[in-house]
Design a protein around this ligand. Sequence first.
Ligand SMILES: *[C@@H]1O[C@H](CO)[C@@H](O)[C@H](O)[C@H]1NC(C)=O
Ligand SMILES: *[C@@H]1O[C@H](CO)[C@@H](O)[C@H](O)[C@H]1NC(C)=O
Ligand SMILES: *[C@@H]1O[C@H](CO)[C@@H](O)[C@H](O)[C@H]1NC(C)=O
Ligand SMILES: *[C@@H]1O[C@H](CO)[C@@H](O)[C@H](O)[C@H]1NC(C)=O
Ligand SMILES: *[C@@H]1O[C@H](CO)[C@@H](O)[C@H](O)[C@H]1NC(C)=O
Length: 267
Amino acid sequence: MLTVLIWCFLVPMTAQSASCPLELIPKRVVERHGASLSVLCRPTTTSAEPDVIGWESPIGKWNLNMPDNKSVTWNVENFEDWTFEPFCFGTFSDNQCSVTLPITLYKTPDTVSISVQNHSGPLQEGRSYTLQCDVFNVAPVAALTVSWLWKGEMIQTQTYDDDLTKTPENVSSTWEITAFRNDSNDMITCLTILDPKQDGPSEQVNKSAAYQVIVHFGTATRQITLTITPLGHTTGVNYCLILVVIPVIIIIMCIYCTKKRGRLDIV
Ligand SMILES: *[C@@H]1O[C@H](CO)[C@@H](O)[C@H](O)[C@H]1NC(C)=O
Ligand SMILES: *[C@@H]1O[C@H](CO)[C@@H](O)[C@H](O)[C@H]1NC(C)=O
Ligand SMILES: *[C@@H]1O[C@H](CO)[C@@H](O)[C@H](O)[C@H]1NC(C)=O
Ligand SMILES: *[C@@H]1O[C@H](CO)[C@@H](O)[C@H](O)[C@H]1NC(C)=O
Ligand SMILES: *[C@@H]1O[C@H](CO)[C@@H](O)[C@H](O)[C@H]1NC(C)=O
């Protein structure tokens, strides 16, 4: 019964961290996966000093800070736990409360690569294709933007704000293109920007290898068709007719010329 009472009393207090007179410096941590962290927890005012203060964390170490022991620092080297968040607690004369440290670890992708869905080799003019950019092992995806660059211009961007997964994920972005001959030899690149601090300067940029658009277009194919057209084909017949008719005309003209010259000889 007593335990239940204490539990009922403590839990709402603990949950209400907003009114807890403890502050964390920094308030939240956004660091590369494997970074070393150091966070100070101290009372917000001298009028509300805790009787006891400490960190609740099986990871890392915490120390009371000398000389007054009213603030406490949590230190961890090579922090790699994607989801763990420690909290700092304080026992005051009239209550006990805690403040959780929000931690975001980030990691740039292992690879960024472009492929064409269900296709390999040159593209056929006039047909549509789906290009796919695969981004492997990146966290957190909510901080990721995947963009398509064509002729140096950003033509499409995709974000994943709704995905609150903290551990690394694989994501892909697709882009539909219709192949035209004037696109041939263009370079397409997939660009990823990871901005976990949402402050711009600290963003991490990665690029795929450039995908070169090779469009196989009509004329080349048609020329080949012409040379291999069987004789029965209309185009083939016309072509043959010219080949046959021209020599025949030349032969007739030659015969006519020789006959004419022969007659003159007789005269
Ligand atoms: C602070 O804490 C340390 C270790 O717990 C202790 O040795 C020291 O006497 C304390 N200092 C004060 C002023 O309470
Ligand atoms: C094309 O590729 C996509 C994804 O790679 C796959 O889901 C789909 O079934 C494929 N379609 C055909 C017709 O092969
Ligand atoms: C990402 O893809 C790799 C390679 O296909 C796979 O080994 C890994 O399990 C995937 N990760 C996730 C979170 O699905
Ligand atoms: C390429 O050709 C297509 C179709 O002929 C046309 O719509 C497009 O504007 C052309 N692009 C450029 C850059 O000339
Ligand atoms: C991604 O970019 C970071 C720096 O922004 C770099 O350290 C890392 O090696 C890059 N990863 C790949 C796969 O290119």
